[in-house]
Design a protein around this ligand. Structure first.
Ligand code: GLY
Ligand code: MN
Length: 464
């Protein structure tokens, strides 16, 4: 946990931002995998962690923004729990450890919320994503589960996004740790990849590093020679000469801060000429974006600059044609990069996605586009010092998408469909780094940058 003062100060800032009523924040409960007692690894809610730091199931809190009262709800363990789970601090002690003086059993939460409702006060709550909390909110507030979404507090969401989007020094230290574990995961995979191995072996080695140095992976690892499928979680193929492996994976520290890196490596250690040419465009887009990200610049514009590098590179190879700026304006590059340049990262790998992507990545000045490709950009806002983001351009040759665009003549003035035929089985390339916005620009996170140039990757893999 961070210091008690960290949590006290975060809650004070949150309460200042909310006009009236009570704030209801729910922690997570255990979730069963295949029978009641066999649960998934427990993961606390990230906003609950942010404001309370308590990493245990079945807790909730109420912050009264008018009286300033703060109450933690939770149940003390009984002798049976102690026999199976060992001794634990009382809820009172847990509350005091994060600067909260009042605590009650969970059963009293309903009465506390009901009183506020009866008094006609606002009950601010966040969008629930776990069924357990959807049911709990339904019981507490009488709002049908299907209607919870339209009753969440936008005021609370915006206040939390404002706070969590700018990382504190103690958070940056944790994210650096996550990045260093992520480095170890990827570097090990790069050194161990060998023709004849099954993708799963590499994925398992990476997961082992994540778990031995931190909490676990920050999301299910994407590792596949079919990297044209953006989120490919199948790891069954044998590493085969002439193919590339997209490895997109990160670590979560024991305090639950994330990293998220992608490297694309040749299965046999050496890129073909065709692979090298596409790889270098993606690497140039990554490096350009890292160079452009600084306070005051909209990340949407950094995304568009990276897209122009991609369109220019593909035009140079004869895959795209026409004016590059016009091609990007009409979204033609999105045939090859249908996703956004990156997203915020912190206590969640896609930070605060549960609160709503548009609140996290967009605001009144920068609205989300509906254009294919640009619509998938999770972060478009103007950057501020302390933002932590990923930079992850890619080029993919997705046969189904190519066929659709060709058949429908989509952006046909900018795409050379004949030339594309020789890339049908190419796969995909993505290169992802993590950055923090500083006073004057940005800094790559992690003690060392993963090898990214063709030469450095081939050098690292030379003796595999
Ligand atoms: N690294 C996976 C993603 O950002 O979606
Ligand atoms: Mn990512």
């Amino acid at each position: 946990m961070f210091s008690k003062e960290t949590y006290i100060s975060r809650r004070a800032k949150l309460m200042e931002k909310i006009n009236d009523g009570i704030i209801l924040l729910l922690g997570n409960s255990e979730a069963s995998a295949n029978y009641n007692g066999n649960t998934y690894k427990f993961r606390q809610d990230s906003s609950f962690l942010y404001f309370f730091g308590l990493d245990e199931p079945d807790m909730a809190a109420v912050l009264d923004v008018e009286s300033g009262e703060q109450i933690l709800f939770g149940n003390d363990v009984d002798i049976d729990d102690i026999i199976w789970m060992g001794p634990q601090e009382s809820v009172k002690e847990k509350a005091e450890s994060v600067g909260i003086q009042k605590s009650f059993p969970m059963a009293e939460l309903a009465g506390c919320v009901a009183k506020a409702v009866q008094q006609g006060r606002k009950v601010h709550f966040l969008p629930p994503y776990r069924n357990h909390n959807k049911i709990l909110l339904n019981e507490l507030l009488g709002i049908p589960v299907g209607a919870l979404k339209e009753n969440v507090s936008v005021e609370l969401i915006k206040a939390i996004v404002d706070l969590r989007l700018v990382k504190e020094a103690c958070e940056l230290e944790e994210i650096e740790k996550a990045c260093n574990i992520g480095y170890a995961m990827h570097y090990t995979a790069m050194k161990m990849a060998k023709l004849g191995m099954v993708e799963q072996e590499l994925a398992g080695i990476m997961a082992g590093i994540a778990q031995s140095q931190g909490y676990m992976e920050s999301f299910p690892t994407i590792l596949s020679q079919n990297g044209e499928t953006l989120h490919n979680h199948k790891h069954h193929q044998i590493l085969t000469e002439g193919r590339m492996i997209v490895i997109d994976s990160g670590a979560e520290t024991n305090m639950h801060y994330a990293s998220d890196f992608t490297r694309t490596i040749p299965s046999g250690g050496k890129f073909t000429q065709q692979q090298k040419e596409i790889y270098q465009i993606v690497a140039a887009a990554n490096n350009l974006a890292v160079g452009l990200a600084h306070p005051g610049v909209a990340y949407r514009d950094v995304h568009l600059s990276a897209c122009r590098i991609i369109a220019q590179g593909l035009t140079n190879l004869g895959i795209m044609k026409g004016d590059v700026d016009e091609a990007v304006a009409s979204g033609a590059h999105a045939l090859f990069m249908p996703h956004g340049l990156g997203h915020n990262m912190g206590l969640d790998v896609h930070d605060m996605e549960d609160l709503g992507e548009n609140y996290v990545g967009y605001d009144d000045t920068i609205k989300r586009s509906t254009q294919f490709g640009l619509a998938s950009l999770r972060m478009g806002k103007v950057l501020q010092k302390g933002n932590v983001l990923t930079v992850e351009p890619g080029i993919y040759f997705i046969p189904a998408l190519i066929d659709k665009w060709k058949a429908e003549g989509i952006n046909k003035d900018f795409i050379n469909f004949d030339k594309l035929e020789s890339y049908r089985t190419f796969g995909g390339i993505r290169l992802e780094d993590d950055i923090v916005i500083t006073n004057e620009g940005c800094k790559l996170l992690g003690a060392k940058r993963l090898p990214i140039s063709v030469e450095d990757v081939e050098k690292e893999m030379a003796n595999n």
